[in-house]
Design a protein around this ligand. Structure first.
Ligand code: UT7
Length: 335
């Protein structure tokens, strides 16, 4: 029996209704619409209202993906939930989705690869399916950044960049021998683990307690980022891993019909496109409307590109991401 190929059978997304513009941010911190657009391309983002949380958005995205795939929740035999902003320290969001969707007692993984989380999740799904372990897997990427940002001038370098959203894919055995995931490659390098991180609350050595009043008052509980270091690594690692997946398949950049990059910064994606020599018409970006939604950017961007007719049957689609860890990776698939 030949090895089954995995394919994205359906996609779904959920974006909270509340839009936060750059002008809204300029009312609470020293920043400006022009600075944010010039440095990142972001014009607005969406932040949750009180009634929404991470897994509630993940469930909505998952339901949309199931409907898109024509798959019933009862057919799902594994859940992979990528997030850096879970509802609870533990348990993870995966079991909350399992409960909410009334899926059977299937395995539910939460994975922690930040901006590369969805790519890592797709690799897991691909390998599980090709090994014959599971047949229909929900891969979800969801983030609630807005509750964990320092919305004052002190935190402006980070807080203007991030938005809330969730995206999901149903990954299953492909019934079309031509269509599906061709190859996945993921990497990590922990040398700069703390240069884009949220280290508090936490259980690290030397702490008396996982959170203290001083952690809160000093602002240590907010994410920290060495922006330029992250930028430089992103524009190096993303072209590298795109080339790696292409080489492994004997393909070239000219063969890519649509590149879906992680949405951290429009300038990063423009530099990556320039470096690999792909025309802007074959790259889809939507950071302008959503900001960086971390594990949700790839499904949000892919499903929008498909809705706009930019991803069609038979197209070669390349997904690529880079983020905290550092972690990075790419997926090449025939749509
Ligand atoms: O998914 C992976 C996650 N993150 C990334 O990929 C982010 C990668 N890095 C970046 O995208 C960019 O480094 C940023 C957009 C974060 C920052 O852009 P930059 O061109 O590297 O700016 P900078 O940090 O060097 O700051 C330039 C100036 C500074 O002022 P001085 O020292 O020149 O007077 C900052 O204090 O801009 C100031 N600044 C701001 N001004 C207005 C920093 N944040 C803001 C802000 N509004 N929000």
């Amino acid at each position: 029996m030949s090895t089954p190929r995995a394919r994205i059978l359906g996609l779904g997304t959920f974006v909270p209704a509340r839009t936060v513009t750059n002008h809204d941010l300029a009312e609470v911190m020293e920043t400006s619409h022009d600075w944010i657009v010039e440095r990142s391309g972001i014009e607005e983002r969406h932040w949750v209202d009180a009634e929404e949380g991470n897994y509630t958005m993940g469930v909505k995205a998952a339901r949309a993906a199931l409907a898109d795939a024509g798959v019933d929740a009862s057919e799902i035999d594994c859940i992979v939930y990528a997030t850096l902003s879970p509802d609870y320290f533990f348990p993870g969001c995966g079991v909350l989705v399992q409960r909410e969707l009334g899926i059977g007692h299937v395995p539910a993984f939460d994975i922690r690869q930040q901006c590369s989380g969805f790519i890592y999740g797709l690799q897991m799904a691909d390998v599980f399916i090709r090994a014959g372990q599971y047949r229909k897997i929900l891969v979800i990427g969801g983030e609630v950044h807005s509750r964990g940002l320092d919305k004052t001038t002190r935190g402006r370098t980070v807080s203007v960049l991030f938005g809330d959203a969730a995206g999901a894919a149903v990954v299953g055995v492909s019934d079309d021998p031509e269509a599906g995931i061709l190859i996945t490659r993921v990497h990590s390098d922990g040398s700069d683990a703390e240069c884009l991180a949220m280290q508090y609350p936490g259980m690290a050595a030397g702490r008396d307690s996982y959170v203290t009043h001083d952690d809160v008052e000093s602002g240590r509980i907010f994410p920290n980022m060495e922006g330029q270091k992250v930028f430089k690594n992103a524009v190096k690692r993303m072209p590298e891993v795109i080339q790696e997946v292409l080489d492994a398949q004997g393909l070239t950049v000219a063969d890519i019909d649509m590149l879906i990059p992680h949405q951290a910064n429009l300038r990063i994606n423009e530099m990556v496109a320039k470096q690999i020599g792909i025309d802007a018409s074959r790259v889809h970006n939507n950071i302008q409307k959503y900001g960086n939604t971390t594990a949700a950017t790839i499904p949000l961007c892919l499903s929008e590109a498909r809705a706009e007719g930019k991803v069609k049957k038979g197209d070669l689609v390349c997904l690529v991401a880079f983020g905290s860890g550092f972690t990075w990776g790419s997926v090449l698939m025939r749509w």
